[in-house]
Design a binder for this molecule. Sequence first.
Ligand code: IYR
Length: 223
Amino acid sequence: MTKATFVPLEHFEEISQEEMKLRAQKFYQTMKRRRTVRDFSERPVPVEIIEQALLAAGTAPNGANRQPWHFVVISNPAMKREIREAAEQEEKAFYQQRAPKEWLEALACLGTDEHKPFLETAPYLIVVFAQSYELTGDGRKLKNYYVQESVGIAVGFLIAALHHAGLATLTHTPSPMNFLNRICGRPENERPYLVLVVGYPAEGAQVPLITKKSIGEIATFLK
Ligand code: IYR
């Protein structure tokens, strides 16, 4: 068993409570400007921004520090088309047959359907994979822990980082999405988690009119 080694907490930044309040407000103001976009521009985006955002995602807290994620960045038009075609095929079956009426009713406020042109238009697709286990050099399976939670937190960091950098994103979950292993050439210990579509919004892009719950609805402060 590997024993823990401890080092001093070096990077904790002590700030005044006044400054903390201002930062907390400012961060909320930044985050509440984020909208999920489905209408992307073809405008190119420097890959360094994607790389830095992925580094931020990789700092996420996770089960036993296994970092059970892998991000495949796709900008190649032929691969984007292949993903669009496969996703639209699944989505067509979803919208026309598989989805229960209740689910379609829940989605109505978003105005989504089986057409996914953004999978080709946006400059980047980041396909996120969750590693349910690790394969050791000698072929043993090493179990990972809290994989769904860990990858979810990392994707949250990623979306926040890309938004902070000035880009729009869409969390897209074609279902089922096993085809992504084949297209991205990922091994069997990895399951596709979601596709993050990244780029600039198209000029004149529209988003659905929706509201967020109030603080009283989402939180309870017990005394
Ligand atoms: N995966 C489908 C359906 C969909 C499901 C949920 I829950 C959403 O919040 C949005 C869409 C699609 O991408 O259209």
